[in-house]
Design a protein around this ligand. Structure first.
Ligand SMILES: O=C(O)CCC(=O)C(=O)O
Ligand SMILES: [Fe+2]
Length: 427
């Protein structure tokens, strides 16, 4: 990876298989684009034209978002503003500009260009250049390479004309302003009166307190759905009693806690705690509640885990159980090649007394997928785990069963685990 504060590039961000999938989607669906010699396909187009092709695109979109948040050090603060698969034919070019140089583009804070094919192999020309004091910094596109830069005037750039062949990219912009996020725009457009039918079926997105989120749509394909506890109570009356008990326990816990901040803060906290999610295994006669969450942040951890199931290499996360001792972790690192274990216990500054008494082993997340570099993966997983654990706080003892159940959901059957390790070794 090459990097400076306001730009970075990763040479092999995607595998050949991933780039091929995106190229296929582009070739299957792209239409003549917004400029001469350009063909383009937005996320909106894919949702509309062939939603079955969404998962590989949504998967890569999430990888790029993770990379942006990590490189620009904005964990969980960045929203995708626009996603397009774009190809340029002979004659296409763009002169010197930066990506937020119009009033209607002011919400764009970061840009990402993911190259899906290579110059001098698939096309000629099409060199990307950053303006710099000592003369242009020239970047030759190569398949799987990701370029990140801030969209402001510190990154004036151009693309030289393509002279032969077709130059293909996944181009994305990102915003820090939630109201400009793509998911909401796509859903609003799809639900507008101008569209025939009644808009995008809710099975293709999920509602969260932050609004509809199209990224969660693929959960359906995993046989899992995320519902609010409120919905669940109404859909599954027999479970109501149990939930009422849980809620009472929560309220009791809240009352027992020493006063923290103003009454208003406490009320807000209580409200947040009530905004719970349950992750349900779909298609079961009685919905199996797998976990409940007090914030989207925590749900994100679970989704993050589940997204691994969409990995084209089929490397889901493995949840391994150990005693949390360094020796175990080390041994695991050695046997699993480049992948890494995340010792959850070490994230805790003050282990909960009940946790110390636990006879049960502490869960460790072991995520072997080679799509991520270890550093990126670890950074993201650590951050999410930290947030999860901080939020779990007093409820830590509830965490273990949650992870165990999640493990059953996302990890392969025991017989497949050896195979997974073999795959992980090759990453
Ligand atoms: O395709 C590229 O390499 C960059 C394109 C670009 O600068 C833009 O679309 O604003
Ligand atoms: Fe640009």
């Amino acid at each position: 990876m090459g990097a400076s504060q306001n730009r970075a590039f990763y040479e092999h961000f995607l595998t050949q298989q991933e780039t091929q999938q995106l190229l296929f989607i582009h070739r299957a669906l792209a239409v003549n684009g917004y400029r001469p010699h350009v063909r383009s396909l937005t996320l909106f187009d894919v949702v509309l034209a062939e939603p079955r092709l969404l998962p590989p695109l949504v998967h890569v979109r999430q990888l790029v978002l993770d990379a942006v948040e990590e490189h620009f050090d904005k964990p969980c603060q960045v929203f995708v503003e626009h996603t397009s698969l774009i190809s340029w034919g002979p004659g296409a070019s763009i002169g010197w500009h930066h990506d937020s140089n119009r009033e209607y583009l002011a919400q764009r804070h970061f840009s990402a260009v993911l190259y899906l094919n290579s110059s001098d192999v698939d096309f000629s020309g099409g060199t990307f250049c950053f303006q710099s004091g000592s003369g242009p910094l020239r970047i030759q596109p190569s398949a799987g390479m990701l370029l990140l830069y801030t969209a402001d005037a510190s990154n004036v750039h151009q693309v030289e004309p393509v002279t032969a062949g077709e130059r293909a990219t996944l181009t994305m912009w990102f915003t820090l302003e939630q109201e400009h996020q793509e998911d909401k725009k796509v859903l609003a457009a799809l639900s507008s009166p101008a569209m025939r039918g009644s808009g995008l079926p809710p099975s293709m997105y999920q509602q969260t307190p932050d609004g509809p989120d199209i990224r969660l749509g693929p959960l359906q394909q995993l046989g899992v759905e995320l519902v609010s506890q409120h919905q669940q109570q109404h859909q599954h009356e027999p479970q109501q009693q149990q939930h009422e008990q849980q809620q009472q326990q929560h309220e009791q816990q809240l009352q027992e806690q020493p006063p923290a901040g103003s009454q208003q803060e406490q009320q807000q906290q209580a409200q947040e705690q009530q905004q719970q999610y349950a992750l349900l295994a779909a298609g079961q006669s009685s919905c199996a509640e797998i976990a409940s969450f007090s914030s989207v942040q925590q749900a994100a951890l679970v989704l993050y885990m589940l997204q691994w199931k969409l990995c084209p290499h089929k490397h889901p996360p493995l949840l391994v159980h150990g005693n949390g001792a360094a020796g175990h972790t080390q041994q695991h690192k050695q046997t699993s090649g480049g992948s890494a274990a995340v010792p959850m216990q070490s994230q805790l500054q003050q282990p909960h007394p009940q946790q110390q008494q636990l006879e049960q082993p502490v869960c460790q997340a072991h995520i072997p997928c080679g799509c991520y570099t270890d550093a990126k993966l670890l950074g993201r997983a650590r951050q999410l785990l930290q947030e999860y654990l901080a939020a779990a706080g007093e409820q830590l003892e509830q965490l273990l069963p949650v992870w165990q159940q999640l493990g059953a959901l996302v990890a392969p059957a025991a017989s497949e685990q050896h195979h997974m390790h073999v795959l992980a070794d090759r990453c």
